[in-house]
Ligand binder design. Structure first.
Ligand code: AMP
Length: 110
């Protein structure tokens, strides 16, 4: 828990969120400002600021959670994005994977 972290507050239920899935290490909730019909955020319960700080176990746990989540929801086509650093669009510094689906997704992203 990092006291000023928005996503740590969501983990601790100090701030509400629409929870979709949870396992031992990770939590999934709806993005408050969705960019597609399905836009979920997958976060580790342990605080890491960004992808750069993740250890290998936590990295694979996030990927595993994405696999469980998409399998459970029957999502076959999706994009997983880790914005890393402010210039790359990261606005919340608790590492998270965006899982975006439900429409055609352009490439390259903006
Ligand atoms: P990023 O900009 O990659 O750091 O992604 C942060 C995401 O968190 C954005 O897509 C926001 O819409 C989302 N977000 C911010 N506050 C909340 C919240 N209280 N509940 C759910 N999602 C949020």
């Amino acid at each position: 828990m990092t006291s000023n972290c928005l996503f740590c507050k969501i983990i601790n239920k100090e701030i509400p969120a629409e929870f979709i899935y949870e396992n031992e290490n990770s939590l999934v909730f709806k993005d408050i400002n969705p960019v597609a019909p399905t836009h979920l955020l997958v976060i580790p319960k342990k605080h890491f600021s960004s992808l750069k700080d993740l250890d290998s176990i936590s990295s694979s746990q996030i990927i595993q959670c994405i696999q469980e989540l998409t399998s459970k929801l029957g999502i076959t086509d999706f994009r997983s994005v880790f914005n890393t650093g402010a210039k790359a669009g990261q606005s919340v510094f608790h590492v998270h994977a965006h899982v975006i689906a439900g429409r055609e997704l352009d490439w390259p992203p903006g």
